[in-house]
Design a protein around this ligand. Structure first.
Ligand code: ADP
Ligand code: AMP
Length: 210
């Protein structure tokens, strides 16, 4: 089972994708997290990725993220499938994906830019990727991850200017790519992501369970 979750930054892809992966017992694979992990290694590729994500605020080249995802798909724990967050993000990535796999379903989380900005301004994450919100999903102890006790941080790219830039690519590059996917016969289901976390999760589970 391969499920892809797409949507603007802040729509809840990570929040929903992690819960869904736990529910179905398959790994959650976020394109952004794969890139941040590679960047943290400090390799030559990692330094290039860090520069693109955090300094230029752009998408990394399609071959880079496709290669990282290829390697992740080959791991044993992905044999039964996986939940992929944020790949493909544009038409070039869609072409590369088509040569590799077909998702069972693509879930698109729809949210307005204003709501996304409100959410991202309060996002806090632990180094292992557990996601919180200062108001909508606070940790039990301020600044500390409920799961592993690590300190919660603001992501380097959660600055208003960088957020607006990323929302711009979603509208300009990812939405046309989603249209192309739909036209090619892939099952694409749109979900209103403005509801609370549990309501959105229930809607997504219904779609994926069918
Ligand atoms: P994405 O992966 O799409 O960028 P996240 O899952 O990181 O989005 O969520 C962005 C922020 O919004 C986080 O702080 C998260 O806790 C919060 N959030 C996610 N879903 C909801 C929701 N349905 N209602 C309110 N806040 C949410
Ligand atoms: P995210 O964690 O989804 O917000 O992604 C963080 C950053 O990683 C993005 O702002 C991009 O710079 C990069 N990124 C994430 N997914 C992709 C992708 N599919 N293709 C290219 N770059 C990506």
């Amino acid at each position: 089972m391969i499920v892809i979750i797409l949507g603007p930054q802040g729509s809840g892809k990570g929040t929903q994708g992690k819960k869904l992966a736990e529910f179905f017992g398959v790994p959650f694979v976020s394109a952004g997290e794969l890139l941040r992990e590679e960047a943290a290694l400090g390799s030559e590729l990692g330094r290039r990725i860090h520069e693109i994500i955090n300094v230029q605020g752009e998408l990394v080249p399609p071959e880079v993220i496709t290669d990282l995802l290829d390697a992740r798909r080959m791991k044993d724990d992905a044999k039964q499938g996986m939940i992929i967050d944020s790949y493909p993000r544009d038409l070039q990535q869609l072409e590369l994906m088509r040569k590799r796999f077909t998702p069972d379903v693509v879930v698109v989380l729809n949210l307005s830019d204003d709501e996304a900005i409100k959410r991202l301004g309060g996002r806090r994450q632990c180094p292992d990727g557990h996601i919180y919100h200062l108001v909508f999903n606070p940790p039990k102890r301020e600044g500390v991850c409920d799961v592993d006790g690590k300190q919660l941080l603001v992501r380097d790219d959660d600055r208003e200017e960088a957020i607006r830039n990323r929302l711009g690519w979603h509208r300009g590059k990812t939405e046309p790519m989603i249209g192309a996917m739909e036209q090619s016969g892939v099952r694409v289901v749109h979900v209103d992501a403005s509801a609370g976390i549990d309501d959105v999760q229930n809607a997504v589970r219904k779609i994926v369970g069918i």
